[in-house]
Design a protein around this ligand. Structure first.
Ligand code: PLP
Length: 439
């Protein structure tokens, strides 16, 4: 048995870690996981309030999903994407039962980013138009096409981009681009959708892509009118509406999909992450009947070797059954109030918390330098040194056995949906205490 230090060295010597410089990295060596905890080689048991990367909704290791993968591996591991299989049919059927009405045909992809790219490709094929409208505070994935649609600073090192992306300002009430507040505003953000589309020429726009509730850009919920207005403008100009639910899908927000909170059904839904609760890599694009019908007579000009991989589909089918049988979507809705109340109490107690937001089990604290001016705690897109204080909070929490995800000024609380209430409170107690310590 190689000792833990040497194993981490092997990881560092021969593999590259994402989103970070490699020098000085000390990744935890994970040896096992169950429900909301993972255990490292040093024996530390860590409460994971990030659900891996916001993907392990059913838990970090679910025996039923693991067993479904094993069973599929014993039966049929390899099937080419042009073949029909039992698991492909059954998984499509199970997904169709939970996705918004009318979105019951699926193109399987390898993950979230390529689900977004395929949604964009499909929109272009169906409409014969090229432009894509996307929001500024958005993230759609790390591949080049998905990153082109992304509006946040993760795109910056890869400029220049395709010229066909059009930016939409965000309905982000805490930092309203129109400097108004929800109670006294005439919804310029909703008018702005129409103005932008009119200015660009609606007949050149294939699709608008939005996260119904943004993920890593801070879980801000648009005003109630925003999505219906977007839907109405898209319909009027025959522009397709793509909802990126890679992060919000499969129960995270207390509904199966976050678009359900808006009363709007998109034409395409990009899925990933919790489609297998992280147990195997998979993504999907769900499409409406109208979109699907286009491909009755036109070829779907795309494909990847591992599309509809049986092992990943077995994980997806088992995952849906687990989420259903354990009632985890309603559990996320039921725990929203507990989480929101605790986060709001932290907002009241700590001057560095500007706003607490929460939908289902997707909570975020937005940190500020000054509560009154709302000056961001660290400048957006600032260098690594400026982000150090937030990283320090996360590191101290990790030392206490509580893992949180942070990005820019956000500290996220997004545990697996199966979290026990006492574990949730224990994690929140630790966050509360660390926020109270001087930085
Ligand atoms: N879309 C959203 C909203 C995401 O949050 C992410 C990843 O964080 C993606 C797409 C890309 O998914 P993946 O990293 O699985 O490719």
């Amino acid at each position: 048995m190689i000792d833990p230090g040497s194993l981490v060295d092997l990881n560092r010597r021969h593999t590259l870690f994402t989103w970070t410089a490699q020098a000085g990295l000390h990744p935890p060596l994970v040896v096992s996981a169950e429900r909301c905890h993972y255990t490292t080689a040093t024996g530390q048991r860590v409460l994971d309030l990030a659900s891996g990367v916001f993907n392990a909704n059913a838990g970090l290791h679910h025996p039923a999903i693991a067993e479904a993968i094993a069973e599929q591996a014993r039966t049929l591991c390899v099937a080419a994407p042009y073949m029909a299989t039992e698991i492909r049919g059954r998984t499509g059927q199970a997904l169709a039962a939970i996705t918004p009405r009318g979105l019951d045909r699926f193109l399987f992809t390898l993950g979230g980013a390529d689900a977004v790219e395929h949604a964009i490709k499909i929109a272009r094929l169906v409409t014969g138009r090229s432009k894509i409208v996307a929001r500024r505070r958005s993230y759609h994935g790390a591949t080049l096409g998905a990153l082109a649609a992304t509006g946040d600073e993760r795109r910056d090192p890869f400029e220049p981009w395709l010229s066909s992306i059009v930016r939409l300002e965000d309905p982000y009430c805490y930092r309203c681009p129109w400097d108004t507040s929800p109670d006294r505003c005439a919804r310029p953000c909703a008018d702005h959708i129409e103005e932008t589309i009119e200015r660009e020429g609606p007949s050149s726009i294939a699709a608008v892509i939005v996260e119904a509730i943004p993920g890593t850009n801070g879980a801000f919920v648009p005003p109630r009118e925003w999505m219906p207005r977007l839907r109405e403008v898209c319909d009027r100009h025959e522009i397709l509406l793509i909802a990126d639910e890679v992060l919000t899908g499969f129960g995270r927000t207390g509904r199966w999909f976050a678009t359900e909170h808006t009363g709007v059904t998109p034409d395409l839904l990009a899925l990933g992450k919790a489609i297998t609760s992280g147990h195997a890599p998979l993504g999907a694009v769900a499409v409406s009947e109208r979109v699907a019908r286009h491909f009755d007579q036109h070829p779907l000009v795309t494909g990847m070797t591992h599309t509809a991989h049986p092992i990943a589909l077995a994980a997806a089918l088992a995952n849906v059954l687990v989420l259903q049988s354990e009632g985890l979507v309603t559990r996320a809705a039921a725990l929203e109030n507990t989480l929101l109340t605790r986060l709001r109490a932290m907002q009241a107690r700590h001057a560095i918390v500007g706003e607490a937001r929460c939908v289902g089990l997707y909570g975020v604290l937005e940190l500020v330098k000054n509560n009154a001016s709302r000056e961001p705690f660290v400048p957006q897109g600032g260098d690594a040194a400026s982000a150090a204080p937030i990283k320090q909070i996360a590191a101290r929490l990790q030392g206490r056995g509580v893992h949180v995800s942070t990005r820019w000024n956000f500290l996220f609380v997004a545990p697996p949906l199966c979290i026990e209430e006492h574990d949730l409170h224990a994690g929140l107690d630790a966050i509360d205490e660390e926020l109270g310590r001087s930085l």
